[in-house]
Design a binder for this molecule. Structure first.
Ligand code: PLP
Length: 374
């Protein structure tokens, strides 16, 4: 099978671990093992040290699934399949639910694997545009048109959205759930940024709580800065979907890593604290970008993110592409931004507002110097 390169990940393979100041990452500020164990007590720390490193349950540790379902109103632990990050959740679902010749609708721009895995299988991908002038929010009338004209098997959304940080209102979320169901398609709601809303009032339910016809993806990576655990999940009432994902997982990773599952349980028990810290960081960083944009004399513009840890900044300069701008910035200032071309939108670059403030401040200051010379 043909595999199209994952442009975002290839870009990071080249630069993420060699550039001095990365201000483009998509996660909340990184949490350490020490952070987690320090707040879990001596007994938990001792249990971690003496943990047996045998294989684990394919479905995921029962204690972990029990912690995760506390997040959902209408699901129980049997409705969760633990995966190796949100990445494996997307893979298992796409490969077991779709067939060549099917059609799916995905928001655009969007994280590449949310459409590429399907496209590589011979699935036709139809785009639901997220436009800056519409606040990067999907237009349900456009979705309805696509669903009326095509026999669509799956609709894919992602909010809080990467790279733009847009969110849905509860009304719009419900409308999309109902529209999708009415037209016989499955809704995949990528909610890896679950809980990351800057205003409590903006928080919406998990889409999987609203209908049996929805699969939600969650992870420990984004909200808590725990990408190294590689823990994610599929959540749905559809037993057939969970069962098929579980069968394919026997061929991919079989089960999650024991230390990761253990630490994920502890982190979920401290989630309010970690999330509060990370959201406060994001709010401070957003202010830094607001200042950068307003001091840029029109060279930059953006729509402030409302959730998640990323924002999409438009570059309004003649004679230089965003790709060239980002590469020059690496060469001259050792600062990493993510060009929007990796999302198929070359007008803008992504900033990672979850980055620890000191690092983000340094990167923004270097970016500001660089921009002044343009
Ligand atoms: C929208 C979205 N979904 C899924 C993933 C994959 O998440 P994970 O790192 O947990 O595999 C990412 C990672 O950047 C993402 O941005």
């Amino acid at each position: 099978m043909k595999v199209e390169p994952f442009h975002l990940e290839r870009f990071y393979v080249d630069y993420e671990f060699s550039v001095g100041t990365n201000i483009s990452a998509s996660c909340g500020a990184v949490t350490t093992t020490e952070d987690i164990l320090k707040h879990s007590g001596v007994e938990a720390a001792n249990q971690y040290i003496s943990l047996d490193l045998d294989y684990r349950e394919n479905r995921g540790d029962e204690a972990l699934r029990n912690e995760i379902v506390c997040e959902y109103e209408n699901l129980n632990s049997g409705d969760i399949q633990i995966t190796t990050g949100g990445s494996e959740a997307i893979y298992l679902l796409m490969r077991t639910y779709l067939e060549p010749g099917d059609k799916i609708v995905t928001e655009w721009p969007i994280y590449q694997s949310l459409f590429q895995l399907a496209a590589d299988m011979g699935v036709e991908v139809l785009s639901l545009p997220l436009l800056a002038e519409e606040g990067y929010i999907p237009d349900p009338a456009k979705l309805k048109k696509l669903l009326l004209k095509n026999d669509v098997k799956m609709v894919v959304i992602n909010h809080p959205h990467s790279p733009t940080g847009s969110i849905l209102t509860a009304e719009l979320q419900r409308e999309i759930v109902e529209l999708t169901e009415k037209h016989g398609a499955l809704l995949l709601s990528d909610e890896v940024y679950w809980g990351v809303f800057y205003n409590k009032a903006d928080e919406v339910p998990h889409a999987a709580d609203l209908s049996e016809n929805v699969v939600t993806i969650g992870d420990m990576t984004k909200p808590f800065g725990l990408g190294g655990l590689r823990i994610g999940w599929l959540a749905t009432k559809r037993k057939d979907i969970i069962d098929r994902a579980s069968i394919l997982k026997d061929y991919t990773t079989m089960c999650a890593a024991a230390p990761s599952e253990f630490l994920a349980v502890l982190a979920l028990q401290q989630k309010e604290k970690i999330l509060k810290r990370n959201i406060e960081i994001a709010i401070k960083n957003i202010e830094l970008v607001n200042r950068l944009v307003s001091d840029s004399g029109g060279k930059l513009s953006w729509i402030e993110p409302r959730g998640g840890y990323t924002g999409f900044v438009r570059l309004n300069l003649e004679g230089i592409t965003v790709d060239e701008f980002c590469l020059e910035l690496i060469r001259e200032k050792d600062v990493l931004l993510l060009p929007g071309s990796v999302f198929g939108d070359p007008s803008s670059f992504r900033v990672g507002v979850g980055t620890k403030v000191e690092q983000f401040e340094r990167g923004v200051s270097l970016l500001s110097d660089f921009l002044a010379g343009k």
